[in-house]
Design a binder for this molecule. Structure first.
Ligand code: PLP
Length: 386
């Protein structure tokens, strides 16, 4: 059996080397390292793929979130609502811009931001909501957009884990995640579903004016060379990364399908077990996850009941099966973001999930033998056979 990895970037690269290498070589030969034609080409291709009017590439997913918030003109003291159960980047940029983060609980089944909790947290100071399509599953965007409209708020989708996912609207139509809110961010960190070979990110919007503002912000606030109209940042996607991404983009749907296939096999083995809850799609989608395309499985995450999760993690490690706990600490309890405004009663779900979730290896190169070994090892441990 091939060595099991949490993410197998070497295996994936070996299969596309013949496309990626010449694409990188082109950049080397042209020496157009910054803002070269490859960046433009990738931007256009991603706009077409997502069905979004503007893609503005930038240096990483954290910058993308920050720049989106700067572009919307959010001001110190404005409240921004986001999920308590996610990667820290989301709340980090809110705090960096001296906006006020308002963390709210998540849904116990989808792990995504709880729409009722958002509604309860809205005050006259609230300016924006940041839903995260956590682990690759689209958040409840229809409900979030309705709420935002009602209260005149911006919606910034954090699509770092969801690229390629479809959101199924209640009227049966589909939109790619990242093309629904007023603006969205994504990351091309190597292990993301569309990853480059270094750092990279992008901002998406359908709003022409906002796109123009953001194009200036990523480039030192310049709209005309050496005229600095607003305070900006330096945040660029370099041409070599764009070359990698442009070579990988045509494979994104196949990659996401490979992830869904692996998820289907995992879920087949674990479903109906009284101590295991497998990932589920939104109720709008049919059946267990893996049968709909609203989930692109950035992570495959189980929720355990009456299982010593940390002992399972140790056991898997002994068996050379890598796994992860995303995320082990609720953001509202992180030292940097703790605040006496928060009430533990309001975070029942996150406080539970941090103790009971476990993410199994998930990538495009998993084979049946590996999946079989992983599921058997997990089940044997939980059923007390090992
Ligand atoms: C990875 C990630 C980010 C940050 O992306 P970087 O490119 O690493 O800065 C932001 N939000 C979420 C949900 C992520 O998973």
């Amino acid at each position: 059996m091939k060595k099991i990895q949490m993410v197998d970037l070497q295996g994936q690269y070996a299969k596309i080397k013949d496309v990626v290498d010449p694409s990188i070589q082109e950049v080397m030969d042209s020496a157009a390292f910054i803002n070269g034609p490859k960046v433009h080409q990738f931007q256009k291709n991603l706009e077409d793929y997502l069905g979004v009017k503007h893609v503005i590439p930038c240096a990483n997913g954290t910058d993308a979130l920050q720049i989106a918030m700067m572009g919307l003109g959010l001001k110190p003291g404005d409240e921004v609502i986001t999920a308590d159960f996610t990667f820290a980047a989301t709340v980090e940029v809110i705090a960096l811009l001296q906006l006020t983060p308002v963390l709210v609980d998540v849904d116990p089944i989808t792990f995504n931001i709880d729409v009722e909790a958002i509604e309860k947290a809205i005050t006259p100071k609230t300016k924006a909501i940041v839903p995260v399509h956590l682990f690759g599953l689209a958040a409840d965007m229809d409900a979030i957009m309705d709420l935002a409209k009602k209260h005149n708020l911006y919606v910034i989708e954090d699509n770092a884990q969801g690229i390629g996912a479809d959101y199924l609207h209640s009227d049966g139509t589909k939109t790619k995640t990242g093309a629904i809110g007023h603006v969205a961010s994504t990351s091309f960190f190597p292990s993301k579903n569309l990853g480059c070979y270094g750092d990279g990110g992008a901002i998406f919007t359908n709003d022409d004016n906002l796109a123009h503002t953001i194009r200036g912000i990523v480039n030192h606030g310049m709209y005309k060379r050496y005229h600095h109209d607003v305070v900006g940042v330096n945040s660029r996607l370099d041409s070599i990364q764009a070359a990698v991404l442009d070579a990988k983009l045509p494979h994104l749907d196949t990659y996401n399908e490979a992830r869904r296939n692996a998820a289907r096999k995992y879920s087949e083995a674990f479903k109906d077990h009284p101590k295991i809850t497998v990932p589920t799609g939104r109720t709008a989608c049919e059946g267990i996850c893996g049968t709909c395309d609203c989930h692109v499985f950035h992570q495959y995450t189980l929720n355990l009941k009456d299982v010593d999760r940390d002992a399972l993690v140790a056991h898997l490690q002994e068996q050379n099966i890598p796994c992860g706990v995303y995320y082990p600490i609720p953001l509202h309890l992180q030292k940097a973001y703790a605040d006496e405004r928060y009430n533990e009663e309001d975070f029942k779900v996150t406080n539970q999930l941090v103790q009971s979730v476990i993410s199994l290896p998930m990538h495009t190169e998993l084979d049946d033998e590996q999946i079989e070994f992983i599921t058997t090892t997990v089940l044997n441990f939980i059923d007390g056979n090992s």
